[in-house]
Write a protein of this length. Structure first.
Length: 339
């Protein structure tokens, strides 16, 4: 952290703090010490025994540099911004607190890993107390071909992931995150130098609605279907047992269950498993309540903003209508035909 408190409660910047001056953490009030040198940015750090919950996350050089650059960028726009503002009613301190009229916006620059429960707790703390919050991720959160919990958690209301490379001064917005027909995570990226953005332009990256992707699928090869039989994990063993106990085999199931990609960014289950279980619950009629109940039971990835995700189950229902498996009676009821 860049700021600590002196004995009389005055806030002091690490770059202005003389060596040996007793200072404390503004959050937990425990003693902290100054770290300063030719190769590191001046900042305060807790002692090893500290259990501070407000300033406990390790701050890398990239994180410290990013906070400093974002703070300077906001200052050039003549905005009211405070770094590491302590909010006693929340017992939280955002990296940056921006005040625009009646709006109070917390900007969090997240470089280190954070448990989802803590992430949600902090986000809820802001929103329930009238603060807006934007999570800007460090480069460790840049998407890779494998979908991870941390990518899912930080998807914004419009489905984007916004990152900031504090070394190159580049803001990166990753959007249209989806799985391709090889089950690899794919995306598009918009990159811009921080100096070319304004605060309103940054907010657009988090909030501007993104067009819904039209998913392309291809039939799974017979070889890949057979490979499912060789899966030894509990999830697939339970699935194959279900199929067997229902007097079926993979080969007798509808082929459209096994289209590629078999992954999606919303559900943890492979598509062919949850689609099979949905079909198995169908009797003579289907109601919107049935759909909601099934949807609530599906294991999902953790994410802050549920509305940022497409709903694969609804897409599947539309597909079943197109295939003639379901016939819509009205907005809340369907008649089930043979499949």
């Amino acid at each position: 952290m860049f700021f600590a408190c002196t004995k009389n409660g005055t806030k002091i910047n690490a770059s202005d703090c003389p060596a040996g001056l007793p200072v404390t953490c503004p959050g937990c009030l425990a003693p902290v010490f100054l770290k300063k040198g030719n190769k590191i940015m001046a900042h305060f750090s807790h002692y090893a025994y500290s259990d501070c919950q407000q300033f406990s996350e390790g701050e890398t050089e990239r994180h410290l540099l990013g906070k400093q650059k974002l703070h300077g960028w906001l200052k050039t726009q003549n905005l009211d911004v405070e770094m590491e503002a302590w909010l006693p009613e929340l017992k939280q301190r955002p990296d940056l607190l921006v005040t625009i009229g009646d709006r109070k916006i917390a900007l969090e620059y997240q470089c280190s890993p954070i448990p989802f429960t803590r992430l949600k707790e902090r986000t809820d703390g802001y929103t329930q107390n009238g603060y807006e919050v934007y999570w800007i991720c460090g480069i460790d959160y840049i998407p890779q071909v494998t979908y991870t919990e941390k990518i899912s958690a930080f998807r914004q209301p419009n489905g984007t992931v916004v990152c900031f490379d504090s070394v190159t001064n580049t803001v990166l917005m990753y959007y249209d995150l989806h799985f391709n027909t090889w089950n690899k995570l794919a995306w598009k990226c918009y990159a811009v130098n921080l100096s070319q953005l304004t605060m309103p332009a940054l907010e657009i990256l988090f909030n501007k609605p993104q067009p819904k992707r039209t998913y392309k699928s291809v039939p799974m090869s017979y070889r890949n279907q057979l490979a499912i039989l060789q899966r030894k994990d509990t999830l697939h063993r339970d699935f194959l047992l279900e199929v067997y106990l229902n007097g079926q085999t993979l080969q007798t199931l509808p082929s459209f269950l096994f289209d590629m990609p078999t992954k999606n960014p919303a559900y943890r289950l492979p598509n062919y498993i949850w689609k099979y279980r949905f079909l198995e619950q169908l009797k003579n009629n289907l109601t919107l309540e049935d759909i909601d109940n099934f949807s609530k039971k599906l294991p999902r990835y953790d994410f802050l903003y549920p509305n940022s995700e497409t709903e694969p189950l609804k897409d599947f229902i539309f597909e079943l209508e197109q295939r003639g498996v379901l016939r819509r009676i009205d907005d809340k009821n369907w008649h089930i035909r043979s499949f």
